[in-house]
Structures are given as C-alpha cells and as structure tokens.
Ligand binder design. Structure first.
Ligand SMILES: Nc1ncnc2c1ncn2[C@@H]1O[C@H](COP(=O)(O)OP(=O)(O)O)[C@@H](O)[C@H]1O
Ligand SMILES: [Mg+2]
Length: 296
C-alpha cells in the first residue's frame, strides 16, 4: 500500500503559502521528510492526519482518499504530533487504555494485552503506572510512539520526534522507530539531517512549501560525488566565500573556519575533495531553492 500525495497546496489566511503543489509517492518503510523550521512539515503532517484541510490536491492511502474516506484513513493512522502534550495526572497505562478504546478495541482482555505489549515494546513497562507528567523528554516521546502504534496502523506519522532529546535519548528513540514493521509506512518529519541519514531508505526535502529534492539518501548523496570540496580559511576570507554561490556551508571546526563548496572541479588552490554526506546535499538543495526563488 502506498501513500500518494498529488499537488497538495495550502495558503493560510495570513497569506503564507505553507504547501506549494507538493507531490510525493511514499511506500512502506521509513520515509524522511527533512526541512528547516517553517518549511511546511507540520502543515503537511496535520493534513495527512486529517486534522486540517488543504486548499487543493489529493491524497490517497491505498484505495482510500483523504477527502472521500477520512474515517477509513483515520482508522489506519497513528500520529505523534510535534506539540504532543500529555494529560497531567494520568498514567501511561490509563492513557493507552483510553486511546485503545477510542480506536475501537472494546474487549477488555485484548485491550490489556495491547497496552502491555506496547509498553513493553517501548521499554516503559516499569513506568507504566507513573503519571505521564513525571516522564523525561525521552520517555514521553517513547510513550508518544506507543500511542501512535495502538491498533496496528498502516501509516504512522511522527513530527519532529527527536527535537529536544539528548543524544542518548535520541539514539534510543531511533531504535524504537527502526523496529516498526517494514510493511508500515512511517513518515518521520525532522529538521535534523542525522535522523534521516540514520533511519530512512527514502526521503524528500521540503523548503518554503515546495519539495526541492526526493529520492534515497544514497542516490541524492551520489549525485554530489566528486563535486564537493573543502578547505580551512582565514577569518578575513569568510565574507568572500559566504557570498560565493558555490559555497554550501561554512562552519567552525575545532575553532577554525572550514568551508564546503560545490563545483564540478576544484575551485582553487588549497581545496581537497570531500566525500559528500547528506548534510552537504541538504544545504546545497536549500541554497539552490533560495537562489531560484530570488531570481524569480
Ligand atoms: N495556523 C497558521 N496560520 C498562519 N500561518 C501558519 C499557521 N501554521 C503555520 N503557519 C506558517 O506556515 C509556514 C509553515 O509552517 P509549519 O507547517 O509549521 O512548518 P514546519 O513544521 O516545517 O516548521 C510557516 O511560515 C508558519 O509560520
Ligand atoms: Mg513543525
């Protein structure tokens, strides 16, 4: 079963065009939706989760369409929103039990088994009876995954789940995400390149409401092979390189300034070839999309 998004557009009342003819074909497995703040990720995720409507375009999940069969889509969907709040004074167990009821698991025994299995899966069995508001950020996000998994959804959407987690928590969270079945479509929205390079077989980059790249991380990276160069520069040269259209990024490395440049051949003296990584792809695509925008 595939999720097919065609020409989805959304302009908010204040005139912001949050989605601009977004088209994506997403198959089973982990799909990364990468983009900076304001790219339109949450707008897209909320739309797919049937919480808000687009102005135009179509979305289908297998045989069901978002506009025609929202109830069927909802039944097959698990969602971890970006601003996932928890009810204070409620334990993980009670909350999951409640969500399982909403999702139509009416039999007490199967609900008990569902809740116990999910908590086990995200390693929260020992904290099952604790109130959710006493959970750490990492525990909360793991609980968020458990609630999204209730009812074995075909489509799981997680919006910026790792923002605010420390590295160890993020790593643990990655493991739980990667254990979701390979028959499930999982869309991971994030502004963190490493989330996508670690987890996803397939991805898209969203910027200014537009899809500016899509493919496997490997193929996108491969397109830059032999075309990325790096060099350490003096502070005085920074302005010149920052205004150079070929510069992909400048960053501090052990207190020195390192620039990464995209070009068919070595830009000048002192550059060495760099093995392109997904971050190079990301920053180059963002830069390209901004320069086309400026020219338009
Ligand atoms: N309810 C809203 N009303 C008006 N503008 C909005 C609303 N929600 C989001 N936006 C704007 O739409 C753009 C995309 O936002 P969002 O979908 O939240 O992006 P992301 O999740 O990638 O950060 C941003 O410019 C944001 O300010
Ligand atoms: Mg967002």
């Amino acid at each position: 079963m595939n999720l097919q998004i065609q020409n989805l557009s959304k302009t908010y009342a204040n005139g912001v065009r949050a989605l601009d003819r977004v088209s994506l074909d997403i198959g089973p497995g982990m799909f990364g939706l990468l983009g900076p703040n304001g790219a339109g990720k949450s707008t897209l995720m909320n739309t797919l989760a049937t919480l808000q409507e687009a102005d135009s375009g179509t979305v289908t999940l297998g045989e069901f369409s978002l506009s025609g069969d929202p109830v069927e889509i909802r039944r097959r969907l698990g969602y971890l929103p970006q601003d996932f709040g928890v009810y204070p004074g409620t334990s993980a167990w009670d909350m999951l039990d409640y969500i399982a009821q909403i999702k139509g698991i009416s039999d007490r025994q199967s609900r008990y088994e569902t809740v116990a299995t999910l908590l086990e899966r995200v390693n929260l069995t020992d904290a099952a009876r604790r109130n959710l508001d006493t959970y750490s950020g990492g525990m909360r996000q793991r609980f968020g995954i458990a609630q999204a998994l209730v009812g074995n959804p075909d489509l799981i959407i997680v919006d910026e789940p790792t923002a605010g987690l420390d590295p160890a928590e993020r790593n643990r969270f990655h493991h739980f995400l990667s254990e979701i079945g390979t028959n499930t479509i999982v869309i991971l929205s994030t502004h963190i390149v490493e989330d996508v390079s670690t987890l996803c077989r397939d991805m898209a980059i969203l910027d200014g409401g537009k899809v500016v790249a899509q493919g496997s991380p490997e193929s996108l990276r491969g397109e830059l092979e032999g075309k990325v160069w790096q060099k350490e520069i003096e502070r005085g040269e920074l302005a010149k390189w920052e205004s150079d259209p070929r510069t992909i990024m400048t960053r501090l490395h052990a207190g020195r300034i390192r620039i990464v440049v995209g070009d068919e051949s070595s830009p000048s003296e002192g550059f060495s070839a760099k093995h392109p990584d997904l971050e190079d792809v990301y920053f180059q695509r963002l830069k390209q999309s901004h320069s086309t925008e400026a020219a338009a």
